[in-house]
Design a protein around this ligand. Sequence first.
Ligand code: BGC
Length: 333
Amino acid sequence: MKQSFGRDRQGRQASLYTLENNSVIMKTTDHGATLVSLTDKKTGIDVVHGFSSCEEYENQDFYIGATIGRTANRIEKGIFHLNGKEYHIPVNNNGNANHGGINGFNRRMFTAEEGTDYTAFVYESPDGEEGYPGRMTLIVTYRLLSEGIAIHYHASSDADTLFAPTCHSYFNLDESEDAMNHRIRIHSDRYGLSDANGLTLDEIVPVEGTPFDFRSFKPAGQDINKPDEQLKYGAGYDHFYPVEGSSIRLMAEAEGKKLHLSMYSDLPGMHFYTSNWLDGIKGKKGHSYKRRSAVCFEAEFMPNAVNYPERQQPVLYKGRPADYEIQYLIGLK
Ligand code: BGC
């Protein structure tokens, strides 16, 4: 089902697409190929932050529910080299380029195609957009699963470029104002250190004995105020966890009062972010989205990997399309 969702800054009409099955109701918009709501039908709980119009999405910089690209998270100083050439992405975060530049995919209008159990969004990113080489075509497909949703990214380009997508949904499994009592489990025994600007360094260290150890379920907020330089740099958790393996696999879980969420992906790892910069902005259904009101499980390539040659490279080669998937499964605890 397609409904009007207001207009973007350029006056273009946005739409809201609704799909449902026995377990969930999913709403997405073509503005930023964004997940607007994901409601569990057994409890009626909408587990993601979101807004009720395109205008409200345009008036915030938190990337709530958006498709992120071409590169999720930071590129140091916005500079990278590919095939011997230097490229510059506009910097927008403490001197680094975050989430695709100033006008990333989150601000783009996609073209939608509705199927019986999916909504697909297509975007043609022109050569040189936000400094990236190559004309790239991206298809983001949101598909209903028997207990949740899958988001599939299919990208191709007419020249070598970077592609490292993620879904920037903010989850609160209780529709409450504080997600720090959610119990979290992350399927990784290592995490990436950041510098004081939130840039992931090329240093992956064991979680053992640190507040970053989520190998067994523990409340998100249990250790968040511990004296720890890394927590200080992120103003909370804002860190990359590599996850062993390469096929679709369980990366992270969260438990609220009634619901359980699990995130699967075939991307190299995930960013755990405790919504440290939300400022009380008004969202849908009268909610206000305060600091720490949500947790984000952003499946992704290692941030700044393009500048760390030993890490898996987020390169999309000419003539070799790339496919990635993120699944969010929801069920009763
Ligand atoms: C980043 C945070 C940033 C947030 C919203 C996360 O992926 O790591 O530093 O504040 O996205 O932009």
